[in-house]
Every structure is written in structure tokens, then in C-alpha cells.
Design a protein around this ligand. Sequence first.
Ligand code: 5GP
Ligand code: ZN
Length: 113
Amino acid sequence: MPDDCLFCRIIRGEIPAKLVAETPECVAFRDIDPQAPTHIVIVPRAHIPTLSDVKDPLIVGQMTRLATDLAKSEGVADSGFRVVVNTNAHGGQTVYHLHMHLLGGRRMGWPPG
Ligand code: 5GP
Ligand code: ZN
């Protein structure tokens, strides 16, 4: 786990975050700058920089299952939600530890900006 990775530091408890779920493989916490009434960031415990660096695709399934479980517990599953994995510069990625955004609680626009 890199010492200077923000999300590794949150996972280790070195930086406070509003945790919403923990599994053996993943941690979920509220985004510090929420873009929707529900905005949760889901990360693997393992440091994987981007979606393109995933070796075992099982982790993406585990992140997705946690996102859909949280959509239910947050009460946005039926109204609708969006999961987003920003990847590299043009994808809008700013933290280079793989993460899935779960956004819900309002109608999303399309196309994305
Ligand atoms: P990205 O732009 O890489 O897809 O998403 C990174 C996300 O991390 C952003 O939505 C940003 O608001 C969030 N973020 C950045 N720093 C922190 C922090 O210290 N704590 C929390 N909870 N979220 C953060
Ligand atoms: Zn990391």
C-alpha cells in the first residue's frame, strides 16, 4: 500500500472519512464533495491505480455488488442511481486508487460532462 495514496490512507484510518460499509475486499465511504444526495466512493482494499490495472476482474464484481447493496440501503435503488469509474485524465480521474462512485437521490443528466 503506497504511503502517499489518499485512499490507502483512508483505508488505514490515517485520514478520517465517513465510512458506510466494509467488506473483506472493499471499503465504502461518503465523498467529501458530494455531487448528489447519495454519493459514496467504493474502493478495493488493495492498491490498484486504475480500472485498466485490474488483474482479477472479480474485484470489480465485488465493488459492483457493494454498490448495488448500498443503493438499496440508501433507498435509491428503485428511483435509480449511477455507478461511475473515472479512468485516467480524460475520464476525470483525480485519485489514482481504483474507485467506483455511487450517485443517487436525484435525476442524472446525459451525456456526462
Ligand atoms: P475521481 O475524480 O478520481 O473519480 O474521484 C475522486 C473523488 O474523491 C472525488 O469525488 C473527491 O471529491 C473525493 N475525495 C477527494 N479527497 C477526498 C477525501 O479526503 N475524503 C473523501 N471522503 N473523499 C475525497
Ligand atoms: Zn491506494
